[in-house]
Design a protein around this ligand. Structure first.
Ligand code: BES
Ligand code: MN
Ligand code: ZN
Length: 489
């Protein structure tokens, strides 16, 4: 989608989008002769300007027929939120409408530069599609909208380009990785897709293959991968935007490119969803891309633990004991609790090699977090109050929602094993908490750590104002906002 900005409405052929704040219809004044008809139509439709409500009408504009979209802003929502709803709603409605161009006229709503830029942000995010494998789309199902022009947001263009275009790029990369099926995206191809996407960004890329990880002793991550013909990879992304010195902040992502459960195999129904079990790694890659493109003043390292969890003649068995990079041993009771095994070695690796002050891991880790928080919030676990509150604030601002969950000694004890230092699962109750406790056992003293269980967020079965149903890109905006708020201050 091409997004442009202008001071006044252009002439020519386009669909016009006008925001309506609740019952205040002053925006209609700019419709000239058509105002009366539009107003009457809104009354008949009982249009009250509620957030995201839409009235679509056609008017005679100096002899040509123009499509006009009146989009409600509601009342009471924060401007940044209603601005995103406006941009996203307009884009969604017009994307495959037959219109090629849309003009969103913000004159009169009084948005500041960032708020107006967020109209553009949401429109761009909502326009993302993945049609690569849809070869038989009917002509009238194909997207037609090519250009959106935002009118009357002073300073919005600069703000959009500097701050939000990079975010759109990052979110798009994440969605692409999450959407692609597991025969296309597996550890090696994940690395190559990210490498191609990050070319010229200034990010340094390093990749460990199986032999290198074996030598280091990453037995937990490799144990998960050993049932698959796809070789594991550890992808390391470095962005040094913060000058020399200072410990980096590390983002660590679970990248299980497909999770069958392994020998503890999952049931068939719905298993296809497990192609997005690499959503954490996708978010880390997309966030690094966004942050590099906007030249964030921060030193960051992104680590993606990439494996495929398959059953097979060489797969690990329930009861196997693996030795992790940290030296601690784990009795693998359930091979479907594989994400924590991958993360255990990934966080150990980043601590050993980069001495980060802070680690934030993102993972589609447990079905239990869906039982707790549904699809609205990801769960946040942390050993540090300041880090947790920084992330909760970034969640509020970015719309990538987080809800704090507890950690406690009680849950940690549930992981004790009679044969090894720990087992990889606790009881069913508190399943997300024991999973977090497991990862915490690999966090060294003094390191600030947060774990984000985003199993309910990587994929959505219903659309929102910033995404179509499917991959959401969750985590990119969260990490971007956290860096802006906390590391770039
Ligand atoms: N990738 C899954 C978690 C998941 C489940 C994400 C459903 C999204 C939807 C994870 O690897 C897993 O299988 N977890 C198990 C853990 C259990 C065996 C302790 C789970 O949640 O059932
Ligand atoms: Mn699993
Ligand atoms: Zn998994």
């Amino acid at each position: 989608m091409q997004i442009g900005f202008a001071d006044t409405r252009p002439s020519g052929d386009y669909a016009l989008v006008l925001p309506v704040s609740g019952k205040d219809r002053s925006a209609l004044g700019s419709l000239g002769a058509a105002q009366q008809t539009v107003n009457a139509a809104l009354d008949r439709q009982r249009f009250e300007g509620d957030g995201s409500s839409v009235s679509e009408q056609f008017v005679n504009d100096n002899g040509t027929v123009r499509r006009v979209l009146l989009v409600g802003l509601g009342t009471g929502a924060a401007p940044s939120e209603s601005a995103e709803k406006l941009g996203g709603t307009a884009a969604a409605r017009l994307l495959a409408s037959g219109e090629k161009k849309a003009v969103i006229d913000l004159s009169g709503v009084g948005y500041d530069a960032d708020t107006a830029a967020r109209v553009a942000l949401a429109a761009a995010l909502r326009s993302w599609r993945h049609d690569r494998y849809r070869t038989r789309l009917k002509d009238n199902q194909k997207p037609t909208l090519e250009e959106i022009v935002i009118v009357g947001g002073e300073g919005a263009e600069q703000r959009y380009k500097a701050r939000w275009v990079p975010v759109v790029e990052g979110v798009s990369l994440t969605r692409e990785l999450v959407t692609e099926p597991a025969n296309i995206i597996y550890p090696e191809s994940f690395v190559e897709r990210v490498r191609a996407s990050l070319e010229g960004s200034g990010i340094e890329i390093e990749v460990l293959d199986r032999a290198q990880m074996e030598k280091l002793g990453m037995g937990a991550l490799l144990g998960v991968a050993q049932g698959s013909v796809r070789e594991a990879r550890l992808l390391i992304l470095r962005w040094n935007g913060g000058g020399t010195g200072g410990q980096p902040t590390a983002f660590v992502g679970k990248g299980v490119t497909f999770d069958t459960g392994g020998i503890s195999i999952k049931q068939a129904a719905g298993m296809e969803a497990m192609k997005w079990d690499m959503g954490g790694a996708g978010a880390v890659s997309g966030a690094l891309k966004a942050l590099a493109l906007r030249k964030a003043k921060a030193n960051l390292v992104g680590i993606c633990g990439l494996v495929e969890n398959m059953p097979g003649g060489n797969a690990q068995r329930p009861g196997d004991v693996v030795t992790t990079l940290s030296g601690q041993t784990v009795e693998v009771i359930n091979t479907d609790a594989e994400g924590r095994l991958v993360l255990a070695d990934a966080v150990a690796y980043v601590q050993r090699n980069y001495k980060p002050s802070t680690i934030i891991d993102l993972a589609t880790l447990t079905g239990a977090i869906l039982v707790s928080l549904g699809h609205e919030w990801a769960g946040l676990f942390s050993n540090n109050e300041e880090l947790a509150s920084g992330l909760l604030k970034a969640a509020d601002e970015s719309g990538d929602k987080l809800w704090r969950m507890p950690l406690a000694e009680h849950f940690d004890r549930l992981l004790d094993s009679p044969i090894a230092d720990m087992k990889n699962v606790g009881p069913r109750e508190g399943g997300s908490i024991t999973a977090a406790s497991f990862i915490q056992r690999f966090i060294e003293k003094g390191v600030r750590w947060a774990h984000i269980d985003m199993a309910g967020k990587a994929w959505s079965d219903k659309p929102s104002s910033t995404y179509e149903k499917g991959a959401t890109g969750y985590g990119v905006r969260l990490l971007d906002q956290y860096v802006a708020d906390v590391l770039e201050k």
